[in-house]
Structure formats: structure tokens, C-alpha cells
Design a protein around this ligand. Structure first.
Ligand SMILES: Cc1cc2nc3c(=O)[nH]c(=O)nc-3n(C[C@H](O)[C@H](O)[C@H](O)COP(=O)(O)O)c2cc1C
Length: 372
């Protein structure tokens, strides 16, 4: 079983790097404009990207979200991701630690990240299907201890499992998630994996005490598409249009999450590809932006140097955007005037969000101290 899990990890890396596995549907971030301030009265040296996130201080509002570990050849990727996160003081996650829990022989492929990133915010990772089946607080503690993690991400990946030929079919794990969040001792981040959190799910989780979310919306890596590309057997039932179109677009998922969980920490991710995307995700209400596939591609292309160059550029873009709105800190993007139109506005309204009041107050909820 664990060999199967770890070789699947290799397939995932190869496919996500080499093939077009992004959804045709977009993030809807193209329906957002951050208004340019031609008279900012701020110097570049006045802009600080430092950001408090889940009790830690990041050097920039950015996370490399969980991807890998479990197969010997993933150790080097996790080491490089750790080095990059340490040097930029950004958050970073390992991929699902199921392989490490089932086979202590591959634990090191996860631990290398912490060794390379002794002071960074490092996030452990387990999946909903494992909780639904058998995992509980014990495995969650092991995942955290394995890498001395600062938080545990629990990923929701129902679509991926349903279209993975050998995938899981059991998904009831809410009480386990809550148990773990209550007793683990580090924050639990509930994350999607590219199909986006929804207002209803976040509202439920928030009411029950979850305070950290990674929206991982539609518009970037599609896990239904990745699994469809892996499947070869004649009795596999392909996802068809679902591969490109199923999910809650990232821009909408951020608005819905902040609206449903006003004082939570939110990672805006899923199809974030540029500094402008990242700044828009934050301006819409996320605390920090998250990225997976493009960082992996940079690592595979040119190792640590390429990943550093890519992320430094994104960080510089975010910094210049903050300045060009007249701001000095990432949180100032929550106050920056933005416009929002077309399908994004229309869908947000249909989802019961008063867009104008959200833009004025809702996205600033953390700054305004809204607690409900
Ligand atoms: C190669 C690869 C492996 C991934 N494995 C995991 C995983 O094990 N656990 C998890 O929570 N998310 C996993 N993800 C999902 C990402 O964390 C992220 O939510 C998703 O890819 C959307 O972001 P993107 O469009 O920037 O890639 C993986 C992503 C990639 C590209």
C-alpha cells in the first residue's frame, strides 16, 4: 500500500510538471482591479511585507502550499522548498504525510524540509479520506511531530479521489477534523486542493471552531484532470467536462470564506500565478497568497535558484503594488479601493453577498475586529 502511495506521488509530480493540468475555467481574478494611486506619498523603503499569520510572523504574505514527500526522489524537492521558504521567510507545506505514517522508512523525505527550514512556518499535511477511514488525533500528532510543524493542513480532495482509479470513496470526517483541531496544540488549516472552499462549508467549520482556511479554488491545478491523465484502464469512468469546470473559482472562494469566517486566517490560492494575482487575492480578503504548481515547475526547471528568482519576483511585484495603492503593509490592500465586475460580482451576489458592503467592510473584518 505505501509503495503504491509513494509511486503515485511520483506520477503526480511528473504529470503536474509536464502536462497541461490546469482547468479551462479561470480564477475570476480577472474581474478584479486594484485602483492605482498615482500620488502614493510612500517610498519603497517604507513598505514592509511582514505579515502575522496563525501566530507567526512571515517575511512576506506568501505560502508554498503542500505538495510532496513519500518517495525517495521527492526528498530533494522538499529540501529545496524548505531552503527557499527559510531564505524568504515565507510559509511552506509538505504534501500528504500518509506515506510517512505508513512507512517510517520514508519519513526523512518530509523531515528534510524542516531541516532546511529551521525557523520557517512549516505546515504538516493529512487528507480527509484518511481521516474518514481510520486516522485520528494519533496520526495527526505523528504528522506534526515528524516535521516539528507549526500547523497541520487537512486537505479536502473529494473530486480527486472520485476520479482517481484507485481512490477512496469515504468522506465523512467532520467530527475527526474537530477532534484534531481541539486537541492538537497547533492550528489546523482546512484546505481544498483546487476545487475551492464554499461559504456553507466554511461557515459550518468556523462555527465549530476552525480558524484557518486555504481556499485553493478553481482556476489552477485541477486534480480531477491530473487523475484523468493517470488513469489507463478501460473501465475507468472519465470526468469529461468536470476536469476543466468543476469547482468554486478562487476569487469567489476568497470572498465566500472571508464573509463566512470574518476573523479567520485565510490563504488565497488556486491558480495564483503572478504577483498581481497574489495582490488581488489579498485585496479580496485573504491574509496571504498561496501557490503550488508554478513553484514546483521552477524547482524542476532550475532548482533552488530558479524557485528563488521566481518567488523573489512575485514578492517584489506585491511590494510595488502595495506602494502603488498608497499602502505600507499587506493589510493595507484590504483598504485599497478595488473594483469588481461581471461574472464575479454577479455570482457573489447570487451567493448572498452584498458586494458593495463586502468591499467596504467585509474584507477588512479582521482589521475591524469583527468576531462573530
Ligand atoms: C504536485 C502537487 C502535489 C500536491 N499534493 C498535495 C497534497 O499532498 N496535499 C495537499 O493538501 N495539497 C496538494 N496539492 C495541492 C496544492 O497544495 C494546491 O492546493 C493546488 O495545487 C492549487 O494550487 P495551484 O493552482 O497553485 O497549483 C498538490 C499540488 C501539486 C501541484
Amino acid at each position: 500500500m505505501s509503495e503504491e502511495t509513494s509511486s503515485r506521488k511520483l506520477d503526480h509530480i511528473r504529470l503536474t510538471v509536464e502536462r497541461d493540468v490546469e482547468s479551462r475555467e479561470t480564477t475570476l481574478l480577472e474581474y478584479v482591479r486594484i485602483v492605482h494611486n498615482p500620488l502614493p506619498e510612500v517610498d519603497l523603503e517604507d513598505v514592509s511585507l511582514e505579515k502575522e499569520f496563525c501566530g507567526a510572523k512571515l517575511g512576506a504574505p506568501l505560502m508554498i502550499t503542500g505538495m510532496t514527500g513519500g518517495h525517495p526522489s521527492t526528498a530533494n524537492i522538499n529540501r529545496v522548498l524548505g531552503e527557499v521558504a527559510e531564505s524568504l521567510r515565507i510559509a511552506v507545506g509538505v504534501g500528504s504525510q500518509r506515506a510517512g505514517i505508513e512507512d517510517p522508512g520514508v519519513e526523512y523525505t518530509f523531515r528534510v524540509m524542516r531541516e532546511a527550514a529551521p525557523t520557517a512556518f512549516v505546515v504538516a499535511n493529512l487528507g480527509l479520506p484518511q481521516l474518514a477511514k481510520s486516522y485520528s488525533l494519533r496520526e495527526a500528532r505523528r504528522a506534526v511531530e515528524m516535521i516539528s510543524a507549526d500547523a497541520l493542513a487537512i486537505h479536502l480532495n473529494v473530486g480527486q479521489e472520485l476520479y482517481q482509479a484507485e481512490g477512496d470513496r469515504e468522506f465523512s470526517a467532520l467530527s475527526k477534523i474537530l477532534d484534531i483541531a481541539e486537541s492538537l496544540g497547533v492550528p489546523v488549516i482546512v484546505k481544498e486542493t483546487g476545487a475551492g472552499l464554499s461559504r456553507e462549508a466554511v461557515r459550518l467549520l468556523y462555527r465549530l471552531g476552525i480558524r484557518c482556511f486555504d481556499v485553493s479554488g478553481l482556476g489552477g491545478t485541477s486534480w480531477i484532470k491530473v487523475e484523468a491523465a493517470r488513469a489507463g484502464s478501460p473501465d475507468y469512468r472519465p470526468p469529461g467536462e468536470l476536469a476543466d469546470r468543476w469547482g468554486n473559482p478562487t476569487a469567489l472562494a476568497i470572498i465566500e470564506t472571508r464573509d463566512a469566517a470574518p476573523s479567520s486566517y485565510i490563504v488565497g490560492s488556486g491558480g495564483v500565478r503572478t504577483g498581481l494575482d497574489a495582490a488581488k487575492a489579498i485585496a479580496l480578503g485573504a491574509d496571504i497568497a498561496g501557490m503550488a504548481r508554478p513553484v514546483l515547475q521552477a524547482v524542476m526547471r532550475g532548482g533552488r535558484e530558479a524557485a528563488l528568482r521566481f518567488l523573489k519576483n512575485i514578492i517584489y511585484n506585491i511590494k510595488t503594488i502595495i506602494l502603488m495603492t498608497g499602502g505600507r503593509r499587506p493589510e493595507d490592500l484590504w483598504r485599497a479601493p478595488i473594483t469588481l465586475w461581471g461574472r464575479l460580482r454577479w455570482e457573489a451576489e447570487q451567493r448572498g453577498i452584498d458586494v458593495d458592503s463586502y468591499l467596504l467592510r467585509g474584507r477588512l473584518a479582521r482589521l475591524l475586529g469583527v468576531k462573530n
